[in-house]
Design a binder for this molecule. Structure first.
Ligand code: CA2
Length: 156
């Protein structure tokens, strides 16, 4: 006799929360700009929010542009969406823009600080055209809002 088909829905892919250069230094310097929370604190808050929202998350950080491109390429298969704070590569990287476009996933761009209140070179983001939305200036709460937005989008 044929085995009964499993009734459980297929496991949902996690949302990738990806952080770029120097964000591993959070909470250690410049608290007046970036706050006192460390990156592990942000990860903990994201995991708690993801549990509340009923989604899975994966957290990654790299100081290297190519490593970020590699992780975004892998996300196309492994992840359901991307929350990205690309750090300073936001303002320089066509490679990250190309990788995010090629991933064909919903992307939310996050910045801890209000980049529009800062130096003019921070006012332009190369990666925003690949994002469904951009959140800036709300500190670590921005990551939680980004997860909320993606959870809604993915539930559609
Ligand atoms: O506001 C943001 O989240 C940024 O993406 C942070 C980047 C900056 O280059 C962007 O313009 C805006 C910098 C991340 C560096 O974070 C540090 C934290 C503590 C100490 C040193 C750097």
């Amino acid at each position: 006799m044929a085995a009964k088909a499993a009734r459980r829905p297929p496991a949902k892919k996690p949302v990738l929360v990806l952080n770029g250069p120097n964000l591993n230094m959070l909470g250690k310097r410049q608290p007046e700009i970036y706050g006192r929370e460390t990156l592990p604190d942000v990860e903990k808050a994201c995991r708690a929010e993801a549990t509340r929202l009923g989604i899975a998350v994966e957290f990654a950080q790299s100081n290297h542009e190519g490593a970020l491109v590699d992780r975004i390429q892998a996300a196309r298969e492994k992840n359901a969406g991307i929350v990205i704070n690309a750090g300073a590569y936001t303002h320089t990287s066509v490679a990250l823009l190309d990788a995010l476009n090629a991933a064909e996933l919903p992307v939310v761009e996050v910045h801890l600080s209000n980049i529009y209140k800062r130096e003019s070179f921070r006012h332009h983001s190369y990666i925003s055209p690949a994002a469904v939305g951009v959140i800036a200036g709300l500190g670590s709460q921005g990551y939680l809002l980004a997860l909320q937005a993606l959870a809604r989008l993915l539930a559609r």
